[in-house]
Design a protein around this ligand. Structure first.
Ligand code: GLU
Length: 295
């Protein structure tokens, strides 16, 4: 495929299990938005937390994407190869006085809604292992951004608290890793589920603190069960179908959940034909700005 724009999008699953209908909607939305813009679409496996990632889950996800016709550009990015880059970013934040070590345990501050910042002026208990946190109280406020679907957003960083960047067990937290990799991969557009909307201010704070470009954001309605629960491994959301009829039907369902109003006849077509139709007709304007979509 020839690329006619600077658009670079990505799908960035945490390989904690196989993809389900909810993750297909996120993958498909980011794919269509990129392809309709003549842009590139990358896949990044966010496996910075190995205990949460059972062996084989990444292979399953990549096989599922291929089966649904969602083919990516460039090499897959794996976060487990990127620890040095995350450390460099953390070092930079520490040098700027924007990140600090913290020995407090959650139990100590459970009476507060967010961590109260007791270690701002030095670690409370130097004998304990430390996590590294971002100083939200020093951020420019309020944090604002424009979501392409949900519109103008505004949040006071103090209300968010000092997010953990590196955990006590030395593992890298999602917030730092995602920002470093989105910038390193030149991502211009982030399209993902509504469940991540309230993570965006932390990511904005980090982008600002590290002098990184701010991508555009489009959060997609989250697929929920009939009783309003997010589809997840915890509530045993079924993995995507692997047989041709099931694949056609679920891809069609995902287009409906993205409010693209596919014609009924498309449900019988191959993934390639469905995707060709969807790329030609992709319209963010059709998306209804509800946080949730029941399936
Ligand atoms: N890895 C995150 C997840 O699977 C998504 C990251 C993102 O799209 O920013 O929930």
């Amino acid at each position: 495929m020839t690329h006619t724009s600077h658009y670079r999008g990505r799908f960035a699953p945490t390989p904690s299990g196989p993809l389900h209908l909810g993750s297909l909607v996120a993958a498909l939305g980011s794919y269509l938005d990129a392809r309709a813009a003549g842009g590139q679409w990358l896949v990044r496996i966010e496996d910075s937390d190995p205990p949460r990632c059972p062996p084989g889950a990444s292979d399953t996800i990549l096989r599922q994407l291929n089966a649904f016709g969602l083919h990516w550009d460039e090499e897959i990015r794996w976060q487990h190869n990127r620890y040095e880059a995350y450390q460099q970013a953390l070092d930079e934040l520490v040098a700027k006085g924007l990140a600090y070590p913290c020995s407090c345990s959650r139990k100590q501050w459970q009476a507060f809604s967010v961590y109260p910042g007791w270690c701002h002026e030095g670690v409370s208990d130097p004998t304990k292992p430390v996590a590294w946190r971002l100083r939200s109280d020093l951020a420019k406020r309020p944090i604002t951004w424009q979501d392409r679907l949900f519109g103008f957003q505004q949040l006071d960083p103090n209300a968010l608290g000092d997010v953990v960047l590196k955990r006590k067990d030395q593992l890298w937290a999602y917030q730092l890793a995602v920002v470093v990799d989105d910038a390193d991969q030149g991502i211009t557009d982030i399209v993902r589920g509504y469940d991540l909307l309230d993570n965006t201010p932390w990511q904005g704070q980090l982008q600002e603190a590290l002098g990184l470009p701010i991508p555009r954001y489009l959060h997609l309605p989250l697929v929920v069960t009939h009783d309003g629960q997010k589809l997840s491994k915890q509530n045993l959301a079924p993995a995507l179908a692997e047989d041709p009829a099931g694949i056609r039907q679920q891809l069609f369902k995902a287009l409906q959940l993205l409010d693209q109003a596919p014609p009924d006849t498309l449900a019988q077509e191959s993934p390639e034909t469905q995707l060709r139709w969807a790329m030609a007709h992709w319209s963010v304007e059709r998306l209804v700005a509800n946080a949730h979509r029941r399936y």
